[in-house]
Ligand binder design. Structure first.
Ligand code: PEP
Length: 247
């Protein structure tokens, strides 16, 4: 199974559902549709209405984050995995570099993953090195640390997906070379196998993926799908990625 996950970040109002409608109608008719899954993570404000709207359609709705407590608490503006599940979210991102940058620690991320899994959300756990770490050839050790500090053998690996998103690549148009990316993905899968003592969960790539560079990414068979930011906010750009991937 391949994944095309669109992260809308701070984008979207109720009428933006039109974008998803177009993606959904392509997806429902695509002859390759059973080979992949499309998940969109709109902002919190749209999760309930979009989940209801797409309930019996193909697109799945997820959230971009969740709070590190399970159900209800006194934390102002926080939204728990239980609350997300109750309005129809099926997936949640955890550990996006935007949120790590705003203070999410490994300990907080571990609780987010645990509580999201307890509430039957599938977790897309994001990891990635920054520009300086890359320059200092620390990529693999940073990724190993990010994985081992948060993921545990007892977590249900069937509900975990890992998204490798180099921070220097997000929204910049810069992407790793095919050689680098293959090596990094193999490393991530090796670490995941070690943590879970079983086969690795799916590993996605994210960072400036678009309809033209997808040609290069599709050659790397170890990559199980993509986390797509900018190009997920336009139906044509998102559909082009899927079309060109299966061409
Ligand atoms: C992201 O923010 O998760 C992302 C991958 O963004 P972009 O595709 O715009 O680089």
């Amino acid at each position: 199974m391949r994944y095309f996950i669109g992260n809308w970040k701070m984008f979207g109002v109720p009428k933006s559902v039109n974008i998803l409608n177009k993606i959904n109608s392509y997806y429902s008719r695509d002859k390759n549709r059973n080979k992949y899954r499309v998940v969109i993570t709109p902002p919190y404000t749209l999760i309930e209405s979009y989940s209801r709207y797409f309930k019996n359609k193909r697109i799945l709705i997820g959230s971009q984050n969740c709070y590190q407590k399970e159900q209800f608490s006194s934390n102002t503006a926080a939204i728990s995995p239980y609350m997300l599940k109750s309005v129809g979210a099926k997936y949640t991102l955890v550990g996006h570099s935007d949120n790590r940058g705003e203070g999410d620690t490994d300990l907080m991320l571990k609780d987010k993953v645990r509580y999201a899994l307890n509430n039957n959300l599938k977790v897309v756990f994001c990891i990635g090195e920054n520009k300086i770490e890359k320059k200092n050839k620390k990529t693999l050790s940073v990724l190993t640390r990010q994985l081992t500090k948060v993921l545990e053998k007892k977590f249900n690996r069937n509900n975990i997906i890992v998204a490798y998103e180099p921070i220097w690549s997000i929204g910049t148009g810069k992407i790793p070379t095919a050689h680098e990316l293959k090596k990094t993905t193999i490393h991530i899968k090796k670490v995941l196998k070690r943590i879970f003592k079983k086969t690795s969960p799916a590993v996605l790539y994210g960072g400036s993926v678009d309809g033209s560079n997808i040609e290069m990414f599709k050659e790397i068979k170890e990559i199980d799908g993509f986390l797509i930011g900018g190009a997920s906010k336009t139906s044509k750009k998102f559909i082009d990625i899927i079309k060109n991937y299966y061409r």
